[in-house]
Design a protein around this ligand. Structure first.
Ligand SMILES: Cc1cc2nc3c(=O)[nH]c(=O)nc-3n(C[C@H](O)[C@H](O)[C@H](O)COP(=O)(O)OP(=O)(O)OC[C@H]3O[C@@H](n4cnc5c(N)ncnc54)[C@H](O)[C@@H]3O)c2cc1C
Length: 358
């Protein structure tokens, strides 16, 4: 069966590689000519690492930094727990480039540097219109555009959080990731390959100070530091490594695509489900959903089979992740106190929200 994959992030590349390994010859369209930063905390848990190893990626060889513990800060409270698994931090530009390289090696035909502008179906197959005027056709379309909607095939979502990201120098957080509560949400701080740290956060729209934080690196740092003593300690010597804060709007945490959708259109990655960023499991879910969609396609199954199976598989983890994310936003002191008093519970929750699934 001929297949087009739209989007060259973790979900699209995982789907394309699995299809190529199954003997198909998929075409993957990615609008970026060169991989770049994305608004992402860049935390890779054990499930993501295992799925990436299965695709032939060696995280240590790619320069990933080891992450062994999690620290939590809210107001005057702080706590720390050892992670129940080895985790990693790797820049998205490096990760996505390595995945696209693996896809090319597996026999995927890549069309990079051109965006798709629309897709339509005549019932027998899909026509994908590209910005350069080309039209590609295939029986099946894998939609892996992440948080970006394709005209005519947008997800049924509204509102959503604002994601912000800033690379920092002058911060040494060792082998820990820190979750730092602040007004309107929470920030994740973790070591960056090559030195410094990555500050990434999700905030509710309308939060006082959000507009300034999205515009000004100094305002973002001040906003996070106002939220906890731990943030003030960790960020005391921080200097923005970028002139601007990267932002993305409308991140629909908790979204799961449950409809069958049009025939032959397989949603994967953030197009299929969006887990709260607190869990750092979005990349694993993207990889797993891509691989699962490819397995259904290779077996001759339909998109409805894939969407229903995926929604069922992620439901328990999504519920727990939603609870933890909501607690971190609305009562962070309780979460920090609980992780301090019962680190075993925190490790259990960290395991239970892992959603790489296989
Ligand atoms: C604030 C924040 C922090 C996060 N932190 C983490 C974390 O620490 N760990 C973690 O695992 N997950 C994290 N996530 C989630 C993670 O980033 C996503 O779940 C993951 O990137 C989804 O992968 P994807 O392949 O679906 O989409 P993406 O990685 O977004 O890839 C989609 C690709 O499609 C391409 N594309 C889009 N539209 C078109 C078009 N029209 N034509 C051609 N190409 C197109 C894009 O250029 C892009 O390369 C975070 C998310 C947010 C918002």
């Amino acid at each position: 069966m001929s297949t087009l994959v739209l989007g060259g992030g973790p979900a699209g590349t995982a789907a394309a590689i699995a299809l190529a390994r199954a003997g198909a010859s998929p075409v993957l369209v990615e609008r970026a000519a060169v991989t770049a930063e994305k608004v992402c905390g860049e935390f890779l848990g054990a499930d993501a690492a295992a799925l990436l190893a299965g695709l032939g990626l060696d995280l240590a060889a790619l320069g990933a930094v080891s992450v062994r513990q999690a620290r939590f800060g809210a107001g005057r409270r702080s706590s720390a727990v050892m992670l129940p698994f080895q985790a990693w931090s790797l820049p998205r530009a490096t990760l996505d480039a390595a995945l696209l390289d693996r896809a090319a090696e597996a026999g995927v035909r890549l069309r990079r540097g051109v965006a798709a502008v629309a897709a339509d179906s005549d019932g027998d197959g899909w026509r994908l219109r590209l910005a350069d005027g080309a039209v590609l056709q295939a029986e099946t379309l894998v939609l892996a555009t992440g948080k970006h909607e394709l005209r005519g095939q947008a997800r049924l979502v509204s509102g959503g959080a604002i994601g912000l990201k800033l690379a920092l120098e002058g911060v040494d957080i060792g082998d820990a990731i820190a979750l730092l509560a602040c007004a309107g949400g929470y920030a994740g701080l973790q070591p960056r390959a090559g030195g410094g740290a990555n500050l990434c956060m999700a905030m509710q729209p309308g939060t006082p100070g959000l507009a300034a934080a999205a515009r000004e690196p100094a305002a973002l740092l001040a906003h996070v530091m106002a939220g906890s003593v731990l943030a003030r300690d960790l960020l005391a010597g921080a200097r923005p490594a970028w002139p601007r804060v990267m932002t993305v709007a409308g991140v629909p945490y908790g979204f799961v695509h449950r409809d069958a959708g049009p025939s032959g259109l397989f949603r994967v990655g953030d197009q299929a489900s969006v887990v709260p960023s607190l869990c750092g499991d979005g990349i694993a879910m993207a990889l797993a959903s891509g691989a699962r969609a490819a397995a259904v396609i290779a077996a001759g199954g339909g998109a409805a089979t894939h969407h229903h199976a995926w929604a069922r598989a992620v439901a328990p983890g999504m519920r727990l992740a939603g609870l933890a994310g909501g607690l971190m936003e609305r009562a962070p002191g309780v979460l920090v106190a609980a992780t301090g008093a019962a680190p075993g519970l925190a490790r259990w929750a960290a395991r239970r929200t892992r959603m790489g699934l296989d």
